[in-house]
Design a protein around this ligand. Structure first.
Ligand code: ATP
Length: 279
């Protein structure tokens, strides 16, 4: 076994011990997204090939794989953001709570309320911290100041940033550190009470300390939300996810419990990737 595999195994074991000592019971989870035979083309580029993935609610699902393998494309199909690219074509089905979201009759506005997204680079609006949070709720017609104040407090608390910003709510969000801006973006997501949070490499622009805070936050958030995270950081996937999908050249090579993927993968390409032999 390579050194990297041993490190992965230790990370996964530590996680399991932590969960066991916290008394986490193993329970059956409901499926939140079910992807069946999904194919996606950017004009001539066949970016996703026959993807079949079933994602459970209130778990962290990590999407890993080398650059260009379709990770971002896949999570952007889950909120239909990928449609914004001209020339995109899909076949197959993605059901969200049993309904096919690729069906044109599925209202994309409803989907985006339920499925929030956090990007690689923190992208707060050039507005105050307060205005960043109330932006979504206001679009949904909430005007009552008391209710908005409450949403701001709860969302910032939910993203573990309230104590750091409660005395400067009306200052510009650009004055926050990168890590704080990312937690603000997560709070902005929480403000519209989504069901699922998609995260596209949310810590790759952050320092190790801010990364750790976001990872701790993800562990808290999964109690209430389903989280799908794209990450290049294998240790991160091993630390924080319940399930892992390994993508390669637009295909899912292996999908299953993070523990199994990182310690006993069934496909040699998965083993080569997590051992750092390519990618
Ligand atoms: N807007 C686009 N237009 C055309 N092709 C695209 C577009 N976005 C991605 N692609 C292509 O689709 C394939 C998958 O790209 P994608 O960004 O999903 O991969 P990724 O695994 O997320 O990569 P990375 O880890 O580098 O972010 C690549 O071949 C890429 O060049």
């Amino acid at each position: 076994m390579s050194v990297v595999m041993m490190e992965n195994k230790m990370t996964v074991q530590l996680n399991q011990e932590k969960e066991q000592s916290a008394g986490t019971a193993i329970e059956e989870k409901d499926v939140v997204f079910n992807t069946k035979e999904l194919n996606l083309w950017y004009s001539e580029t066949h970016a996703l090939k026959n993807i079949n993935l079933s994602i459970n609610e209130k778990e962290v699902t990590a999407i890993i794989g080398p650059s260009g393998c379709g990770k971002s494309t896949y999570i952007k199909t889950l909120n239909r953001m990928v449609e914004l690219v001209p020339g995109v074509r899909t076949t197959g089905e993605i059901t969200y709570k049993g309904k096919n979201i690729l069906d044109r009759s599925f209202r994309v506005e409803d989907l985006r309320t339920q499925v929030g997204m956090v990007f690689q680079k923190p992208n707060p609006f050039p507005k105050s911290i307060y205005e960043n949070i109330v932006y979504g709720p206001k679009i949904h017609g909430i005007r009552n100041k008391k209710i908005l104040d409450e949403i701001v407090e709860q969302s910032l608390k939910g993203a573990y940033i309230w104590d750091e910003v409660k005395d400067r709510l009306h200052e510009n969000a650009y004055g926050l550190s990168g890590g704080q801006q990312q937690r603000l973006c997560i709070a902005r997501c929480l403000a519209v009470q989504p069901d699922v949070i998609l995260m596209d490499e949310p810590t790759s622009a952050l320092d190790p300390k801010s990364t750790l805070k976001i990872e701790e936050l993800i562990q808290q958030l999964k109690k209430d939300y389903s989280i799908i995270i794209v990450t290049h950081n294998m240790q991160q996937a091993a630390r924080i996810s319940d399930k892992t999908a390994f993508f390669l050249n637009g295909e899912v090579i292996e999908f299953g419990d993070t523990n199994t993927i990182f310690t006993n993968p069934s496909d040699s390409r998965t083993e080569d990737y997590i051992s750092g032999r390519f990618g």
